[in-house]
Write a protein that binds this ligand. Sequence first.
Ligand SMILES: Nc1ncnc2c1ncn2[C@@H]1O[C@H](COP(=O)(O)OP(=O)(O)OP(=O)(O)O)[C@@H](O)[C@H]1O
Length: 291
Amino acid sequence: MTMDKLEIKNLNRNFKFGKQKVLKNINVSFLSNKIYGLFGENGAGKSTLMSIIADYNFPTSGEVLLDGENVHDNDNALSKIYYMNQNNMYPKNEKVAKTFKFVQSMYEGYDVNLQNKLVKEFQLNTKSRFNKLSTGYKSIMKIIIALCVPCEFIMLDEPTLGLDARNRDIFYRELIESYTDHPRTFVISTHIIEEIDKLVSDVVMINNGKIILNDSADNIRSKAYSINGPADLVDEYVHGLDIIGKESLGQYETGHIMGRLPEKEIPSGVEVNKMELQKLIVNLMDRSEGD
Ligand SMILES: Nc1ncnc2c1ncn2[C@@H]1O[C@H](COP(=O)(O)OP(=O)(O)OP(=O)(O)O)[C@@H](O)[C@H]1O
């Protein structure tokens, strides 16, 4: 059965006996066969949200529903959810090959062929013990497992941490290929936004424990613009629009705006470009500061 919807309802998570509110009334749905980018600055609450979805952590209030069923303590629902994260869930002293065998035995439908292909491509030494792997290769072992488990909902928490440029490249390429062969839902948190902006179909952004952006990448691209040119002309053109950030360089200026472009003519010398996702996220983070 394919997953239709993972729904997060009125989710709150406090730490330090209620003094630190990390997630504040989060309401968001993740739909089937989409690739979500989960963005937000350090400490925003991304890992906390993902760990609650995977039932590794519990909410202070609210719930997580998979196709209408609460995932908490629900083996059937949880078997469809996989969470790759920075904590090590696998035995440290075990050889990689043995851990692969173990995971394979846990999941009916685990893709051994893909695993073997990825081992070769990443040049992962499966005879090594996990704790002897470099930081990058520890991530690679976990990435391989995450791509091979037969789960409908896969969360990757900073999957490229420690990976060099070549291996990051392999990862993105293999993720797309695996998704194309077998569409399912991915939620990927990363700080290297420009590397995945072409890959994500949807964007969810958390700031200060709240969702401040939740839209398809196409929608976002069609309503976020960077306008640059001589400062006075740019200022005049963007006047009255939703300006989410500005950068200036001498007499030149770039104004970042959200929403529709005005009907008025673009002054000569002024350039209008679609905003890069990375720029949008950074500007939204800055704007929310102090909220
Ligand atoms: N078990 C815990 N006990 C106490 N505080 C915690 C716990 N887990 C997370 N926190 C706090 O919750 C906040 C959010 O952390 P979280 O790891 O979810 O952020 P993040 O968005 O994933 O950050 P990063 O991008 O740096 O990984 C942090 O201030 C963190 O200290």
